[in-house]
Design a protein around this ligand. Structure first.
Ligand SMILES: *[C@@H]1O[C@H](CO)[C@@H](O)[C@H](O)[C@H]1NC(C)=O
Ligand SMILES: *[C@@H]1O[C@H](CO)[C@@H](O)[C@H](O)[C@H]1NC(C)=O
Ligand SMILES: *[C@@H]1O[C@H](CO)[C@@H](O)[C@H](O)[C@H]1NC(C)=O
Ligand SMILES: *[C@@H]1O[C@H](CO)[C@@H](O)[C@H](O)[C@H]1NC(C)=O
Length: 340
């Protein structure tokens, strides 16, 4: 309460002390990007008996107290600025505040009042300028002509940024510049500069685009245009090679599968062939033995089974069918006849 009263009194005094402004050192314009923190500082160059330092925000000629610092009450940030403003350095000769996460609403002039006794208030008037600048976007298109490229670069910012194109290669030139500025709803501007890049390129070239707003650090983007040496054809060739390799691989795999299947199929054919030979060549084998001799029958049936098993084993081990025929069938036939 009393702090406010003092501020009010000294504010009144400030009106009469404009001539003393020169003794306060401050930055006339503080530049900060949207979302950044901005520091405002004031320094009283002459040693005075300062009772309090008061920070005010000026909106349309209306002064609003933001924060105060005094020996007796220390630092005080007013309710409406608690999350926005902090003291960075507090002193009665030197005082600074930080405005956090600046937005367009913070873009105002501020007053720092050094309330002295008996001279009255000494006022510094730093102003905050908030800018916005997004990274430029570059687009390079091949023109109808083989040695021409259409380069376009667009940057959004506030105030409207300037967009500059550059090229690394000496014998390449930009021409037919065209710049268009579009205002966005949030007070930013999107500036697009388009130009034709011409000349013969012997190696890959870097095209740069720089966007600048006020005296803020410029934002630059570099884009590399690859060599002319038929790069698209080369990649196409690479691609066809991949396809050819893939096809060859698939064919190879199919061949292997076919071979395996065919082997089994050959074996199957051989077996079938052999069985047929057995049927026609050795009819006794398949014939039922004489019913009168029961003990023979007992011995014979397992023999035939055994014989067939042997045959299957042989075919599965992929021995030549002729050998099997020669070795197996006559002997079994003989044995069968002998037993008979
Ligand atoms: C005031 O602040 C400035 C910069 O922040 C510094 O160079 C100077 O020494 C300070 N003066 C005092 C008296 O603290
Ligand atoms: C900064 O301010 C903007 C707009 O007021 C808000 O959306 C954002 O969350 C703030 N960021 C931080 C880190 O406080
Ligand atoms: C303002 O609008 C532009 C374009 O619509 C957008 O790129 C930019 O992020 C916006 N800025 C803010 C702070 O919202
Ligand atoms: C580009 O500019 C340079 C210097 O101004 C000039 O010597 C050169 O002939 C130009 N090249 C083309 C392709 O216009």
């Amino acid at each position: 309460m009393s702090g406010r009263a003092i501020t009010f009194v000294f504010s009144l005094l400030a009106v009469f002390s404009n001539a003393l402004t020169a003794v306060i050192q401050t930055q006339q314009t503080v530049l900060a990007a949207v979302g950044e923190d901005a520091e405002l500082s004031c320094q009283l160059l002459e040693t005075k008996d300062v009772l309090q330092v008061t920070w005010q925000k000026i909106s349309h000629d209306v002064e609003t107290n933001v924060a105060t610092y005094s020996k007796y009450f220390g630092q005080r940030v007013n309710a409406g600025f608690r999350k926005k403003v902090e003291f960075k350095y507090t002193g009665l000769q030197n005082c600074s505040i930080v405005i956090r996460n600046v937005t367009e609403q913070d873009e105002r002039c501020y007053h720092c009042l050094f309330n002295t006794y008996p001279e009255g208030s000494l006022t510094g008037k730093p102003c905050l300028q908030v800018y916005e600048l997004h990274e430029p976007v570059v687009d390079v298109r091949e023109s109808n002509s083989a040695e021409e490229w259409v380069v376009s670069c667009s940057a959004t910012g506030r105030p409207a940024p300037t967009v500059t194109l550059s090229v690394s290669q000496q014998d390449l030139n930009f021409s037919q510049y065209n710049t268009v500025s579009v205002s966005n709803t949030n007070a930013t501007f999107t500036v697009t500069t388009t130009a034709v890049l011409s000349g013969s390129r012997k190696h890959s070239t870097q095209v740069g685009c720089a966007a600048r707003v006020l005296s803020a650090p410029l934002r630059e983007v570099m884009v590399t245009i690859p060599e002319v040496q038929q790069t698209p054809d080369a990649t196409e060739n690479d691609f066809t090679w991949i396809i050819v390799l893939a096809v060859v691989l698939v064919v190879a795999v199919l061949l292997v599968i076919l071979l395996v299947v065919k082997r089994d199929w050959i074996s199957a054919v051989i077996t079938a062939h052999f069985k047929q030979q057995n049927k026609t060549g050795d009819p006794e084998k398949t014939k039922t033995p004489p019913k009168s001799k029961q003990d023979i029958e007992k011995n014979k049936t397992p023999l035939i089974k055994h014989e067939n098993e042997q045959l299957r084993q042989r075919t599965s081990t992929k021995k030549t069918p002729k050998n099997i025929n020669r070795k197996a069938s006559p002997s079994t036939a003989k044995r069968l006849f002998e037993e008979d």
